[in-house]
Design a protein around this ligand. Structure first.
Ligand code: GTP
Ligand code: MG
Length: 452
């Protein structure tokens, strides 16, 4: 018999949704519940991710989860935004998010970033469930701290229950409009054909046992094959963020989804211009919460096995891109690995034309999503790149023949100081937003306005 944790990795769960719908609160609740279950030490805070082991999940889920039914080690949650990177680079079976939780405020229903998340999930084929959050705000609600949804439902007045049901059916309708057949999770038989909706409250913890149970069940049932990895193999991951870190220079926050990454490993990372080949100087994990006030914020670790989040310190990372692949060379030809990274990047390269707008985005994943939205809106792209708006972008945009195209569309990016000056002195218009739909809509309005 195999040692189970040797070959089955933790599924990676991306938590997505509109601003303020409760993504972070939901993760906080999972962490907090673990603390109240006396499992505080079991939860590990990774760079950009939170690992929740199976025992902790079954502690929170109570009778809903019997650990003996599962052999996956737990769940690794990635909070967004900032981490749009998950949508990118699914080639070669390497996908950052194996599964996703779409958080929707039960009162607000679908909002622009919900739609955006749905588009990305659709495009990448990522299975997901919906957490219909904030059920405690239903008028007349009688909260049942940390209880499964069935217990909670039974404690509500008919009136409160039917108010919640109305909101839930609204969301189910919106999912159906978006092309997904959906239902309350306990009515779903086949989670591959239907999206399960789990009513939850990040505030009271109601429904959180159900949410964890459904995620665990889904992963176990449909993703075991994908989770089978050679932990000793060369590590593979995706860059979540490129960050300056005092004392370490430019570092990468990475999620490793395959194999192992070790200090001293030679790695290849997708860069703005070409793949970067470098050597891992240090692997850093955040200190446990209790120690966060000490001088050093990080612990150095020798190695990290999938799935996990880690910060990589290494030379020459300045041009690394969020969303780009990271590959350990170990035991292979360096050139082969470089070619691998190149071809993965080529797959998400955006088709550009002779005439069109300039697009800048913060990650490869968001650039890809932008390009798709523009393609749909029939807006041609002259140039598309990851990074802040630079003087060069203004120069390029000003070469567009049509005034409609003398435009830069920036998603989640800053404008460099000298670019700001050039913008003011040119006819180039900058549109920037952190919601793709909004960006496209603003631009379309501008074009319509001009043609009037
Ligand atoms: P962004 O990271 O900005 O996209 O937001 P988010 O989705 O992470 O939302 P966050 O968790 O920060 O919650 C936003 C607000 O909603 C906070 O004030 C939370 O306290 C509140 N909130 C979240 N979940 C619940 C809930 O279940 N019930 C109630 N009553 N409030 C909630
Ligand atoms: Mg948040």
């Amino acid at each position: 018999t195999r040692d189970r944790s040797d070959t089955l990795r933790t599924p990676i769960v991306a938590v997505l949704g509109h601003v303020d719908h409760g993504k972070t609160s939901l993760l906080d609740k999972v962490r907090g519940s673990a603390v109240s279950e006396g499992e505080a030490g079991a939860i590990t805070q990774h760079i950009g991710a939170t690992a929740v082991p199976l025992d902790t999940i079954s502690g929170i889920a109570g009778s809903l989860v019997d650990p003996d039914d599962f052999d996956l080690p737990g769940l690794l949650f990635i909070d967004t935004p900032g981490h749009h990177s998950f949508s990118t680079l699914r080639s070669r079976g390497g996908a950052l998010a194996d599964i996703a939780v779409l958080v929707v405020d039960v009162n607000d229903g679908f909002q622009p970033q919900t739609e955006e998340a749905i588009d990305i999930l659709k495009r990448t084929g990522t299975p997901f469930i919906v957490a219909a959050n904030k059920i405690d705000t239903t008028p007349g609600w009688n909260p049942q701290e940390g209880e499964p949804i069935q217990v909670t439902y039974e404690a509500q007045s008919d009136r409160a229950r039917s108010r919640l049901d109305e909101n839930l059916y609204e969301i189910i309708g919106q999912l159906s409009d978006a092309g997904f057949s959906a239902d309350l999770y306990w009515r779903v038989q086949d989670f591959q054909a239907n999206v399960g909706v789990v009513p939850v409250s990040a505030m009271t913890g109601e429904g959180v046992p159900d949410l964890l149970t459904v995620l665990m069940g889904l992963s176990q049932r449909y993703m075991k094959d994908q989770m089978t990895i050679d932990v000793e193999g060369p590590g593979a991951g995706t860059v979540l963020e490129v960050k300056e870190e005092k004392g370490f220079g430019t570092t990468l926050d990475v999620v490793i989804y395959d194999g192992t990454l070790r200090e001293g490993d030679e790695i290849v990372v997708g860069g703005l211009h070409e793949p970067i080949v470098t050597e891992v100087r240090a692997l850093l994990q955040p200190k446990p919460l209790a120690e966060i006030r000490t001088e050093k914020r990080f612990d150095r670790v020798d190695s990290v096995g999938a799935a996990a989040g880690v910060k990589i310190a290494a030379p020459d990372l300045e041009d690394a891109m969020a969303g780009a692949p990271v590959r350990v060379v170990r035991g292979r030809e360096r050139d082969v690995v470089v070619a691998d990274v190149e071809s993965e990047l080529a797959e998400i390269e955006v088709d550009t034309e002779e005439e069109g707008v300039v697009v800048k985005a913060d990650t490869l994943g968001s650039l890809e999503a932008m390009a798709n939205a523009l393609l749909e809106a029939e807006v041609p792209i002259l140039r598309a790149e990851v990074g802040d708006v630079a003087p060069r972008d203004v120069a390029v945009a000003s070469t567009a023949a049509e005034a409609d195209n003398q435009v830069i569309l920036g998603f989640n990016v800053d404008v460099l100081k000298n670019a700001q000056r050039e913008l003011e002195e040119s006819d180039v218009r900058l549109f920037s937003d952190d919601v793709i739909y909004q960006l496209v809509e603003d631009y379309e309005e501008f074009v319509a306005e001009r043609q009037r």
